[in-house]
Design a protein around this ligand. Structure first.
Ligand code: B12
Ligand code: SF4
Length: 621
């Protein structure tokens, strides 16, 4: 309990401080400037992707911020040194580099800028942020999936890590819990090491400081949501995955007490909506006690929790999982469906995804009125533009899925796929900015890079056709789920790519641009053209968004008022039948699907034969 109370008091005092400059300003002691920056990356227009309001906050930032609060509370730099802490998410806040340099100068450069949670696609931008800071003599460290993934899988130099060494940026690979203190001590001595590598020593996360962002940061996201990882690590071995090579395959998890502390601290600042970022919450070994605690906070303490979780396609087989998730406040669930062709799933070592279970699992979530969002990867070896078009039609017709998110299969640094191509010297896009799983970064056996990119663009329009969005609204009305939530989801997912040319999970409201955020190397644009064009684009996009919103709202109202709404039925909503494997295209259109069905039947027959044997013996006895 002592630990719980400590966590809570650190977080609640941070909540009330607003998060910036956490120590008294008039203190005569040394003030160490600690600035956490989560870099964004460049859009195809050459400008940093930044929004007035982003949709999702950064959990990497919250995780390291929570650890820093703990360091401040424990005065790890000694009694004579205060820490001024600030977190900036470039997704929703412009980084004024000149102002930052001036601020550090006022403090004789006593401090450090930490580039946080830097993914491969954000690495070039992170270096561009670091460059002027290093020129000004400011200490900079970098961490996150790019450096960790590369050091875990490659030779210590690839991909682009020497750029950090050349610029004197300290590389931090691995997790920061229990290690920030040491890093800060090195920083106050002006002696950051070139590389810190803790990848072989993953910390237990139970009892470590919990992710936390102050309200000032959270207000920059839509819907005032926060995030936390209830656990890390996934037991599976998908070859495109970076996570297992950075966070490991063993399940490590936070305690229910820790989670309660962060929920209460956030509630003290009015926040009760969360993205639980575990890549596979169903494989968090402690999912049940965590859900039980969240249920208590919701049902007994009346904290109005709203949760988004990520799970696998076998989660419905865990007794009570879906029911408890509902009671804990889960309203949306992200499922790594990835593909409906088992041959493709096998090539990616995603054998745990059984297409024969997809409908059961999706209907189980639907029965609870929980929205399902599925990740769907385009570009597996058996994919062609024609097969992708066919598969999208099958999904629309036969799977009771709400939202589909398309991605391009990408050899992300840190994944086995990347390592294989890198070892074989196969051509991959040298521009890391493109490794955002929306761009094609290597060759495909059956499609040219152009065909692949084109079908990715086309896929969004195919799935989010007006006709299918109308069907989705009718399915929502029939299952009595919240139509206004479905309208919001459809608005975001149907427009992000078409209007903003970015994936819905990195979209926001009102795209911001600033001439200073143009990618170095690209010609600067004339102010006289830049500002009017930005204004015109903003007006045009607002017009398109409003007209889509009007259309979706009209259709939602129609679906809600339909006297027959609860009688609506289609193939996707039809309960699972024994003959599905003969009648559904999902089970019959590919050789992989047919083989999967045959395999299930064989297992079933063997199980029954085995079960029947003792009875036969009994009869003969
Ligand atoms: C939540 C999440 C998101 C959220 C929030 C972003 C965030 N990073 O918090 C959203 C939905 C916005 C998102 C979007 C995207 N994401 Co994402 N996301 C994740 C996810 C599932 C969890 C992140 C997290 O909280 N991890 C837990 C924290 C604690 O770990 P961490 O980030 O590594 O940070 C720890 C250490 O690295 C270290 N550390 C980190 N930085 C620093 C810095 C210093 C100086 C130090 C000392 C230590 C340190 O300390 C932290 C605590 O231990 C990860 C997968 C994963 N398991 O991490 C993917 C992941 C990071 N995302 C990924 C991708 C590709 C994307 C997108 C590009 C997808 C897209 N096309 O839209 C976008 C990019 C937009 C963006 N703003 O980041 C990839 C990155 C792979 C790579 N090699 O680059 C990952 C790994 C998933 C994958 N597919 O492999 N994402
Ligand atoms: S299930 Fe998800 S987190 Fe686990 S290995 Fe596969 S892609 Fe990675």
């Amino acid at each position: 309990m002592g630990h719980f109370a400590d966590q809570l008091s650190v977080l609640v005092s941070a909540a009330f401080s607003g998060g910036r400059a956490l120590q008294p300003q008039n203190s005569p002691r040394r003030r160490f400037q600690l600035v956490f920056i989560k870099p964004s990356h460049y859009g195809d227009d050459g400008y940093v992707i930044r929004w007035w309001r982003a949709i999702i906050p950064s959990n990497s930032l919250a995780a390291i911020y929570g650890v820093a609060l703990d360091c401040i509370a424990n005065k790890v730099l000694g009694d004579d040194t205060d820490i001024d802490l600030e977190a900036i998410d470039e997704f929703n806040q412009r980084i004024d580099i000149e102002a930052l340099v001036r601020r550090f100068k006022r403090h004789d450069n006593f401090g450090m800028v930490a580039l946080v949670g830097v993914q491969s696609n954000q690495y070039p931008r992170a270096l561009d942020i670091a460059r002027p800071l290093r020129v000004a003599g400011i200490q900079v460290a970098i961490g996150g999936f790019h450096v960790s993934g590369c050091l875990s899988m490659l030779d210590g130099h690839a991909v682009g890590l020497d750029a950090c060494r050349d610029m004197g940026i300290s590389i931090f690979a691995g997790e920061v819990e229990g290690r920030l203190e040491g890093l800060l001590r090195d920083a106050i001595a002006g002696q950051l090491k070139p590389v810190y590598n803790f990848l072989k020593d993953l910390p237990g996360v139970e009892g470590t400081p919990v992710p936390f962002l102050p309200i000032g940061n959270l207000r920059r996201t839509l819907g005032l949501a926060s995030s936390f990882d209830a656990g890390r690590g996934c037991p599976y071995q998908c070859s495109f995955c970076t996570i297992i090579n950075v966070q490991g395959r063993k399940s490590r998890y936070r305690s229910p007490d820790d989670i309660e502390a962060l929920v209460r601290a956030n509630w003290a600042q009015g926040v009760s909506k969360y993205f639980i970022t575990d890549d596979n919450f169903a494989r968090n070994k402690d999912w049940e006690v965590i859900l039980d605690r969240l249920i208590k906070l919701r049902e007994v303490d009346h904290i109005p929790l709203g949760l988004l979780i990520q799970v696998d396609t076998l989660c419905h087989k865990l007794p009570n999982f879906i029911e408890k998730a509902k009671r804990a406040g889960v309203t949306r669930v992200f499922i790594g469906l990835e593909n409906i062709n088992p041959d493709n799933l096998v090539t990616a070592k995603k054998r745990q995804n059984k297409i024969t279970e997809y409908r059961k699992m999706l209907l189980a979530w639907k029965a609870q009125g929980i929205f399902t969002l599925a990740g769907y990867i385009l570009g597996f070896p058996n994919d062609t533009p024609a097969s992708i078009r066919r598969d999208i039609e099958i999904i629309q017709r036969e799977l009771p899925l709400d939202v589909v998110e398309f991605f391009c299969l990408t050899p992300l640094p840190g994944s086995e796929d990347h390592q294989t191509l890198w070892r074989k010297g196969i051509d991959m896009d040298p521009d890391l900015n493109n490794y955002d799983i929306e761009h094609v970064c290597t060759d495909h056996p059956k499609m040219t890079r152009q065909e692949w990119a084109a079908i990715y663009q086309e896929a969004w329009g195919l799935y989010y056709s007006k006709e299918h969005m109308r069907t989705l609204l009718r399915r929502t009305a029939a299952s009595d789920a919240k139509l206004s939530s479905m309208v919001k989801l459809l608005l975001t997912f149907s427009l992000s790519n078409a209007l903003e040319n970015v994936h819905p999970i990195q979209v926001g409201i009102l795209r911001r641009r600033h001439p200073s955020e143009r990618r170095p190397g690209l010609a600067p644009e004339q102010a006289l053209l830049f500002w009017p064009r930005l204004a015109w684009e903003t007006v045009r996009k607002a017009g398109v968004s409003l007209s889509s919103l009007a259309w979706l709202s009209k259709e939602a109202i129609k679906a809600a008022r339909d006297p027959e709404r609860y009688k609506y039925m289609d193939q996707a909503l039809t309960p699972v039948h024994d003959d599905d494997d003969e009648t559904l295209d999902l089970m019959t259109k590919t050789s992989g699907a047919r083989a999967a069905v045959a395999h299930i039947k064989r297992v079933d027959e063997l199980t029954h034969a085995f079960a029947a044997k003792p009875a036969v013996r009994g009869q003969s006895a």
